[in-house]
Design a protein around this ligand. Sequence first.
Ligand code: GLA
Length: 753
Amino acid sequence: MAIIIDENCGVFTLHTRNSTYQMKADFRNLLLHTYYGEKTDNSDKSLLLFQTDRGFSGNPYEMGKRDRTYSMDSLPQEYSSFGTGDYRITSLRVQNGDGSQGADLRYTGYQVQKGKYGIPGLPAVYAEDEEAETLIIRLEDSYSRMEVELYYGILEELDIITRAVKITNGGIEDIILKKAASMNLDWEYGDFEMVSFYGRHCMEMNFQREEIHHGIQAVGSIRGASSHQYNPFVLLCEKGSDERMGSCYGFSFVYSGEFLIEAEKDQIDRTRLICGIHPDNFSWNLSSGDTLWLPEVIMSHSGSGTGRVSRNFHKVIREHICRGEWKNRRRPILINNWEATYFKFTGDKLIAIAKEAKKLGIELFVMDDGWFGKREDDNSSLGDWVPNEKKLGCTLKELAERIVAEGIQFGIWLEPEGISEDSDLYRNHPDWAVGVPGRKPCLSRGQLILDFSRKDVQDYIIEQIFDLLDGIPVTYVKWDCNRAICDKFSRMLDSSRQGEFSHRYVLGLYRVLEELTERFPKILFESCSGGGGRFDAGMLFYTPQIWASDTTDAIERLSIQYGASFGYPVSVMGTHVSMVPNHQTGRVTPLSTKGCMAMAGTFGYELDIDKLTQEEKAEIKEQTDVFKKHYDLIQHGDYYRISSPLEGTCTVWEIADPSGGEALVSAVYHHVQANPVPVRVKVQGLKDEADYQLYLNENFEEKYPGKRLPHGFASGEVISGASLRQFGFVVPEAMNGFQAWQIYIKECSCSCE
Ligand code: GLA
């Protein structure tokens, strides 16, 4: 049983395999948060709280005259609200019918359900009934009769707890939600550091770890999407914790729109974390009887460092967020023509790339931007999803069939949310573009964006794409969105409801994606927003992979993919090998290094095969063979970060089979030194008692005559799992700049006696 309820004391204890979460409805029916951390017993942790009179922290009326220690401003709460005595950051800010702001939420009851709850119209973790339990706790503000239901999904085996909130106006007067977060978490103790991921177009997911100091620290987005700038995934780590030790919490917001994750260390050094829809562009009118569901947050705690938290998230995203035919099916190695041709191509050129790619073991050809309307650059035609037959030299169907006839699958790029002013769609429906009537809208990449909050626009796009793809042998769609949203306004919403625009846009996007993925269950959807501009667990519910960045430079990708690995598995990260000098940075890296980086993701290519030498083609054939051989290990194995691209000379990561039978260690030198310090790798996830052999991806002796390999690499050498864990091995040194080594470790039956 994951949910233990002590009705007499009002204590709710949720257990996962290694963690415990606890709340308590106190004598006033205030829902206190009493514990989240390492697994413990069911005893009432509220008894260990310490309250004293904090001057200027007021007391609820009925307490004020007899107990000045009881204050909303210092009690740890499960779902805090603004306006009734809590001066910290709060999760809920409501404007009542009379214009006053505030809610006094009190516990009114609970319900337990088998299985995991779902959320209508929003992505959420799903599970079989035997894998999960749901607890619903009801709170009410007796003044406005607003009801708040807190949902908890417990996936015990996975150490995962999810949270979502449903708000209903049970009163007679309209209320306005001005802020409605999905999660509030209070800690009574602890000095924390927050790990968050900042970035920009082409350089997403930069790791940053900072002490939570007094005041408010926040990451968020007001860009219409989760954004390149901050990712909606954070960790809170106890000071001194690292990859393998200490208490760490992870939080992933299952939402693709504007978000705010705020942390505050208060006057008495307690920490509060709040995660939800960004309140800056949000307000929601709830008329009598109306309900609003707020998006889900996935939480996980580990007592053994950030590595374990990441692996918990990898599993829940892989198994309980990603859906559909391609969830566990082997995904094709693809080649995309974007960096090969940009907008300048013909149908014949595409077929030539596909044909050559097939010979090298590539399985899917993706036609990127430029195939429709009169799009020869990025200034026109978005919205006109009509193939440019003159450019292609044939119909879309014929092109797809010719490519498929070469023995390679066909995929296509789309940007369904985009609209160019120079398009028939805009000429016919200028009012479908987001913008404030009478004001000139802000352009970005020269384009506008469709008002996806409107049902008529959603329906039109669904039908357009259905008509385009129906009957064509398409196995893959790249769903792009190449700008952020501003000038937020919808002609379909009256003036008092414009604050609903951003959330309604995301709900509209989710509806369109749900419909299309249902109509085309066999198509593999990959989302993209100029790379990682919408890289979040919400999108992964519809598209099981996301193009991680428009930067394909292998060395820049080290830190992008390192950052992403904290919250997201390898199987969702779109990664490609491209040409050198790299188009974004001008850097030259070996083909083997680019292959190694791309294999830490979905794996594919983005280059003009015609421009490669025979040797390079042969190397690509080897890479596709290696990837296919290790596919299951790479995509479904346990991921360990061994060393970071932000320090030292070499970034190392390892993927181990959960059985401990094999592992693949990848090491990329991001900094080359003379007379280098050895890079030692202590291997994780193996069996202490088993014996292993190490295999290097290259024929070292032949390629680097006279150079010495470290111990463990000579053929036939056997090392015990315990030695590999405790003592480790040394990575061969870099023989050229930015060298990568892939080291395959396999259990062997020989004995080292
Ligand atoms: C975005 C994508 C690229 C490419 C271009 C096409 O920038 O991230 O991969 O598809 O659009 O315009």
